[in-house]
Each structure stands twice: as C-alpha cells, then as structure tokens.
Design a protein around this ligand. Sequence first.
Ligand code: SER
Length: 336
Amino acid sequence: MTYFAAEFIFTMANTGEAVLVIGACGQLGSELTLELRNMYGGANVVAADISAPKQAALQESGPFEKIDVLDTQNLRELASKYKFTQIYHLAAVLSATGEKNPKFAWRLNMDGLFNVLDMALEQKVNKVYWPSSIAVFGPNTPRHNTPQLTVMDPNTVYGISKQAGERWCEYYFLKYGLDVRSLRYPGLIGYKALPGGGTTDYAVDIYHKALEQKAYECFLGENTYLPMMYMPDALKATIGLMHAPAEQIKVRDSYNLSAISFSPKEIAASIQKHIPDFKITYNPDYRQQIASSWPQTIDDSAARQDWGWQPNYDLDAMTEDMLANLKKIKAEAIVR
Ligand code: SER
C-alpha cells in the first residue's frame, strides 16, 4: 500500500538521494526514519514495514510502503519505483523472540538480508546499512572490553544469524564492491518506541514501570552487566558511519560500538535519584542465560579511530532525559 505516492515520487526525482528504511516501524526504525527525513526531506525517505505505523509522525512526514522483506518481487517493484540510493535494512527477529521460533528467525534474518543485498546490487544502490549486535558474541568470548576481532560462538539463533550476516556483508563488499556498512549495537534505550523481543528490553521497560507503578520486576539478575546505549547516540553512530567517506570504513563486517555498561541494580539506583521510593525485584527467566553469554563491556576503539565515533550519554544523563520525556508523553496521553 502506498500513501502520498505520486507527489513523493515526483519530489524524489528532483533530489540527489532516495532512501529506503526497511523495518521503519521498529524501535530504531521509527526514530531513524524521522532523523533521515530531517536530513534529506520527508519525501526522499521511504518508510517501509510489514505492519502499518502506529506513530502518526511516520505516516505524516513522508511516504510509507507496506512490504515483506521475504517477498523479492515486492522489493524489486519498490526499488524500480523509487530508484533508491541508500537502504537501511533494519527488519529482524531479536534474541528473545527468536528463541521461540528459531527456524522462522533464521529465515527472516538471513533471507531478508540476502534479498536486500541482491536487490541493492541489481539496482546499483550506492550504500546499504545493516545492523549487527553484541549477540554475535558468545560464552567463550572475552567478556570485558571485548575486542573487535575475537572468539565468536553465539548460541542464540539471533546471534548466529547476525554473525553469518556480518560475514555475508563483508563478502558482498569484497566480491561485488557493494558499500555495506554495519554496527554491532548494544541494547538500545529510547522513549519514543518500545523494543520488540530483545534481552536488553528490560532497560526500557524499567523506566515506564518506574513512572507508572514505582516498581519493576526484572527478568535478569541484579548484577547482570550488559552494554547499552541511549537512542540519540545510536542515531548519531548510524548516521556518522553512513556519512563517513568510504575509504575510512576499514571494518566491513561490523564495528564494535560502545557507550554505557550497567546492571539492573545500577539502573534502578539511577532511577531512585529521581524517584526515591522506586523498588526493583528480580525474577530471572530464560533471558538470563542469553544475557550471561554476552559481553559486559565492549572495546570500540576501531570505530573511534576510523570514523570518529564518540558517545554523549552516560547512565545518569540518559535516566534524566528518559524520565523527563516519558513523563511528558504519559501526561499528554492522559489529557487526550
Ligand atoms: N537488543 C538486542 C537483543 O536484546 C541485542 O542486539 O536482542
């Protein structure tokens, strides 16, 4: 389904860039799409997803296309219609959801990637962005200051698909010259959209529950440290990588990326600075095992050296901003 198709295609034909975001309704996609529309103009950034957008802003600020990344015909039609110069392919099944239906997660994550890479080659797309994750690491990976190049033995289907995907991205670059760029995101935390089925999701949910109930039951143990990042930093990193001159991109599988590392106990303490009677309890489930197989801190010196990556937010700065913005959103929802 296309919204506003005619006028947007007309405008796109008159500008240098035509950008496609696949998975535009997801946690990262919904924010990245709006950021890219600010940069390139709403008409030049097509939001695409298998489900219709819940956020009005996504539909109102530019074209939206309903697509299934497993449908190659669908992808090809879209590409010949808009003549994309850049693709951000974000659609994936995440770590916790992936464990419930491993074969489907593998199919969506791998076939989806192949479909996009092949379409990008066929249509001579200039640049492709594909996210990887800390989930590429596993129980035998060094857990502290995890190096860019190290042992990788992921044991979730999500992690296995991301690791294989990294190899294929590098392969398409080396073999076919496709300019594919990638980051290994830590857990992403933002107030605009909810994450969908990850092991790091608790770090978003905890802020909502702190404001709504002053209490949160965490599905990870109190001292489970994981690498995390506030959404404005994730957007900055993604856009920074995609705008770096190609010759500066020395890592063609995926860059380690790091900002903050904390445990449930520490994020709770950070929230208690604003909501002193906030209480956290712990009831670890199957996601604990996933979290325990991932690194605690990441060495991202390659990203810092090659294209100047630097994060802005620490835990307390993130907490302050998250709580202030969520408070505003929740108050507006009550007024409406
Ligand atoms: N946030 C993701 C997950 O928990 C990791 O990339 O699955």
